[in-house]
Design a protein around this ligand. Structure first.
Ligand code: NAP
Length: 269
């Protein structure tokens, strides 16, 4: 069965990458782009989605509302408020949704995730297979190295990214903090400047770099005395995220209502 997938934020960077990933999934008979949605009033309304995404005409006319879309699963990489609204729409209509947006406040994240009570929802701050494998590696490293190390997380992204630190960096911090029995909200240090005093062992430091066209790079370093371990992931194409999101959409189709993440999809739990 080919899963019918709608994409919101179709005119964005991830929207276009999703079009490419869905074209590949269509060739494998797994999933196809059934609707492409943009913001009301966008000049893209009515245009051919394939042409806009640069993958060749595909006969899917871009629309400006989910009301005009036919789909089994929605993939949403937009902005926090739009994702909250789109998840609520899916919950109301019993449709599955894959959310890749980042930059939620804790309240916004809770509001978006509350839609999982009524429909299947897969949310991940990073849909690449490699990053989700890294989460498991980080768990192992934190368990083995324990409280004998200083832990710092450095991430780099393109100049257009709106939120910092990245959702992926925060997820990495959460994995490490949870494994060590620490509360990330209490131990996170976001950047340092001036007379900071000596580093306290239980803190987890975050540093952000922005520039150029960097798709996404993350390094978590475990500093011990005499040695250090670095776990690094480098994305070189948005297709890595888009392919993962399409895989999640196929996996999610037909599941019970609930909150899932990419580690469920990849059976990494
Ligand atoms: P982008 O190029 O800015 O695209 C965002 C799209 O969402 C745009 O088409 C934008 O439309 C649309 N949008 C924003 N607010 C909207 C609203 N209120 N109503 C309707 N449409 C709205 O950004 P991107 O690089 O594709 O990234 C999108 C999100 O995904 C970001 O939060 C990013 O951090 C995240 N991301 C996650 C992953 C992951 O693996 N989870 C990977 C990459 C990116 P307009 O152009 O009309 O404003």
């Amino acid at each position: 069965m080919t899963v019918k997938v709608a994409v919101t934020g179709f005119g964005g960077r991830m929207g276009r990458a999703l079009a490419e990933a869905l074209k590949q999934a269509g060739e494998a008979g797994k999933a196809e782009l059934s609707a492409a949605i943009v913001r009301p009033g966008s000049s893209l309304v009515g245009a051919d989605a394939g042409e806009v995404a640069g993958i060749g005409r595909n006969g899917v006319a871009i629309v400006d509302s989910l009301e005009n879309a036919d789909f089994d699963v929605l993939i949403d990489f937009t902005a926090p408020q739009a994702s909250i609204d789109n998840a609520a729409y899916c919950a109301q209509h019993g449709k599955a949704i894959v959310v890749g947006t980042t930059g939620f406040t804790p309240e916004q994240k809770a509001a978006m995730l509350s839609s999982a009570d009524k429909a299947p929802l897969c949310f991940a701050s990073n849909f690449s297979t490699g990053v989700n494998l890294c989460f498991n590696l980080l768990e192992t490293a934190a368990r083995v190295l324990g409280d004998d190390v200083d832990i710092e997380i450095v991430e780099a992204h393109h100049r257009h990214k709106l939120d910092a630190p990245s959702g992926t960096a925060l997820s990495m911090g959460e994995v490490v903090a949870d494994t060590l029995g620490r509360d990330l909200a209490k131990v996170a240090v976001y950047g340092r400047e001036g007379q900071t005093g000596a580093r306290e062992r239980e803190t987890i430091g975050f540093a952000t770099v922005r520039g150029g066209d960097v798709v996404g790079e993350h390094t978590v370093t475990f500093f011990a005395d005499g040695e250090r371990v670095e776990i690094t992931h480098k994305a070189s194409s948005r297709l890595a995220f888009a392919r993962g999101a399409v895989r999640a959409a196929v996996w999610l189709n037909g599941r019970a209502a609930g909150h899932y993440d990419m580690r469920d999809v990849l059976a990494l739990k």
